[in-house]
Design a protein around this ligand. Structure first.
Ligand code: 3AM
Length: 190
């Protein structure tokens, strides 16, 4: 349901096989790593742009922009790629799962999407670091060990790959879980 000023962001949803694998890994990590908030499995995504609250007038402009951008990029392949954190190992803010594969296409897509100044959304001032947020705010007393893989059993050889065929516009529902609702999707079709 769209509220009057929905809180919006644009993202790529992930491969179901990866979601299942992450569920198993997160189950192990949750016993070892005290993070304050673990993202709901259904909410896993790769953010391309955070928009924040949008007005009724902005909504169709966002949809038009995404419809245009999606025609500028052809489907491309991504893979899982390791783990990491943002912030110091004593108190990382974010625990993430990494993304590899065709990062040139991903970066190009993100740059096109980020061009929304005319619609009232300023350009992102941080460098784009594609990731999938798994947990937020580490509360442990001892610093985290690096790499995060040290907390997980040795990975099997096959790396999960999938084809990104669409981008999605999501609404955040701050007090719900899962909290991200896909409102619209746009097929990549150069
Ligand atoms: O899950 P990730 O980290 O990819 O962190 C928020 C989340 O991204 C980010 O938008 C995504 C969907 O909520 N986000 C939330 N508030 C933000 C803000 N003020 C923000 N990104 C930038 N500025």
């Amino acid at each position: 349901m769209i509220t009057e000023f929905p809180r919006l962001f644009i993202a790529i949803s992930i491969d179901e096989g990866w979601r299942i694998q992450l569920a198993e890994q997160v189950n192990l990590l949750q016993h070892k790593l005290p993070f304050q908030k673990w993202v709901h499995l259904e909410d896993y995504h790769i953010t391309l742009k955070f928009l924040g609250e949008a007005s009724v007038e902005q909504f169709p402009k966002i949809q038009n922009h995404l419809a245009q951008v999606s025609k500028m990029i052809q489907p491309f392949e991504l893979t899982e790629k390791g783990w990491g954190t943002f912030g110091p190992l004593e108190a990382p803010n974010i625990l993430w799962a990494g993304v590899g594969g065709d990062l040139d296409s991903l970066n190009k897509l993100q740059q096109h999407i980020d061009h929304m100044e005319d619609h009232g959304f300023p350009k992102e001032n941080r460098k784009f670091h594609p990731h999938l947020t798994i947990a937020r705010r580490y509360k442990g007393k001892a610093p985290l060990a690096a790499p995060i893989e040290a907390y997980l059993p040795k990975a099997n050889e096959s790396i999960i790959k999938w084809s990104v065929t669409e981008i999605k516009l999501y609404q955040s529902h701050v007090h719900k879980s899962p909290m991200y609702e896909p409102l619209d999707s746009f097929t990549l079709s150069k």
